[in-house]
Design a binder for this molecule. Structure first.
Ligand code: HAM
Length: 418
């Protein structure tokens, strides 16, 4: 029969990697909980409109990358490409504006984008996402950036760059885009073919061009950061001052564009040189108009998301720490029931315990004990023996109930020896 494979752009996460993922999520939980962020979950699929209105009709995500399908009643549903729109939908649906503000939540789970798969880019990927909804205080922007930095640091991603900018309000941005289009049209002859063709759809792309002529033109281009309204500029200065105070270096990058339409004011992205073309470990920003866009009361919000696959890629291969383990071996074939019972007893006492379950010879069982990294093996025969796997010493237990204390002393000896 033909072997079946996982769909293109998806990943099977095998046990060793799955363990590393859980650790990253546990780290995020620890860091975010300390700052008052509570876990929250929303469905993996939503009405398509949540993303069409939330992420924005004109974005690549909505135009090209959504996994959209119809349910049996003909409603259009979409596998979530990101978390923020769904969380804001839930905030409105559950009247969370009546709670003390800001509402701080975080989330880890799978997301789906129909992109061309490449290193660090998948069609199903996992994000850690955090949001603070209901206040426009600049300390929240700075707090989220610092929390993400801490998670990335603890997850071992190594050096990273923080790119930071402010997009101001939607009106400021719309006026600025018109100004930029006028500027580009006036110097059309010096631009690359590609940039020229996209002046109307995406003038900001000109900032990323490799073409030398375009690059020369863009050195003189107007910058959105210079066009911010006074209150937006003040907000941005406050965010930057807090980051400076916390000692987090950032690059001011007026050309930072994010792939989602809902952003206002602060935007940021952490990048790593260890990642190649898909360099973003995580990013986010403020979305003060999103809740209103989704039918709620005017409510500011700010948040970030980071991709677990990219975090692990940047962290590189790390050998997982061995957990202290006990192995139960059987010298006699009729010890199976006792082995099973003793494994249960030891596990309830908190020992990580494995037992022989594949009919190996005694030699094979001791080899298996080594493979699972056992510091001690309990050998069931005419007697119950506890074998210290590093010294080879054996001690007899007077009964199964005596085993835990013997194991504790082997473990303590081991721990003091290392
Ligand atoms: P985003 O920049 O689209 O933001 O995604 C955040 C992170 O998710 C990226 O930096 C990357 O690490 C990871 N990621 C995105 N797409 C892929 C993919 N195809 N394969 C692997 N990893 C990927 C957002 O999603 C916003 N919702 C962030 C946010 C939260 N803004 C405010 N609140």
């Amino acid at each position: 029969m033909k072997k079946l494979q996982a769909p293109r752009g998806t990943l099977d996460v095998l046990p060793q990697d799955a363990r590393r993922r859980l650790k990253v999520i546990a780290t995020a939980d620890e860091v975010l909980s300390r700052a008052g962020y509570e876990p929250m979950e929303t469905p993996v699929f939503e009405d398509t409109e949540v993303f069409a209105r939330g992420v924005g009709e004109s974005t690549d995500i909505v135009q090209k990358e959504m996994f959209t399908f119809e349910d049996k009643a003909g409603r259009s549903l979409t596998l979530r490409p990101e978390a923020t729109a769904g969380i804001c939908r839930a905030y409105i649906e559950h009247g969370m504006h009546k709670l003390a503000q800001p509402v701080k939540v975080w989330y880890a789970g799978p997301f789906f984008r129909h992109e061309a798969p490449q290193a660090g880019r998948f069609r199903q990927f996992t994000q850690i996402d955090a949001e603070a909804i209901g206040s426009d205080d600049p300390s929240l922007d700075a707090e989220l950036i610092l929390l993400l930095d801490e998670i990335l640091e603890l997850a071992g991603t190594g050096p990273r760059r923080l790119r930071l900018s402010s997009l101001g309000s939607r009106d400021t941005r719309a006026e600025y885009l018109e100004e930029l289009k006028r500027f580009l049209r006036a110097r059309e002859d010096e631009l690359s073919e590609e940039v020229r063709a996209r002046i109307d759809q995406n003038p900001l792309r000109a900032f990323d061009a490799d073409h030398p002529g375009t690059q020369a033109v863009m050195k003189e281009a107007p910058l959105l950061l210079d066009r911010l309204a006074a209150d937006d500029a003040e907000h941005f200065a406050a965010v930057r001052a807090l980051l400076d105070m916390a000692g987090l270096e950032h690059e001011l990058d007026p050309t930072l564009v994010r792939g989602l339409d809902y952003y206002t004011r602060t935007v940021f992205e952490f990048e790593s040189d260890r990642l190649g073309a898909q360099a973003a470990l995580g990013g986010g920003g403020r979305y003060d108009g999103l809740i209103e866009e989704l039918g709620g009361p005017p409510t500011p919000g700010v948040g970030f998301a980071a991709g677990i696959e990219r975090i692990l890629l940047a962290a590189g291969d790390v050998t997982p720490e061995r957990q202290p383990t006990v192995f139960i071996a059987m010298a006699k074939p009729d010890s199976g029931r006792l082995a099973f019972q003793l494994a249960g007893l030891l596990r309830r006492e908190g020992f990580r315990t494995e037992m022989e379950q594949a009919g190996r010879s005694m030699k094979g069982q001791l080899k298996q004990a080594d493979r699972v990294g056992a510091y001690a093996t309990v050998i069931l025969g005419d007697t119950i023996e506890v074998k210290d796997m590093s010294s080879g010493e054996q001690q007899e237990a007077s009964s199964p109930a005596d085993v835990p204390s013997l194991l504790r002393s082997v473990h303590e000896r081991e721990a003091s020896a290392t």
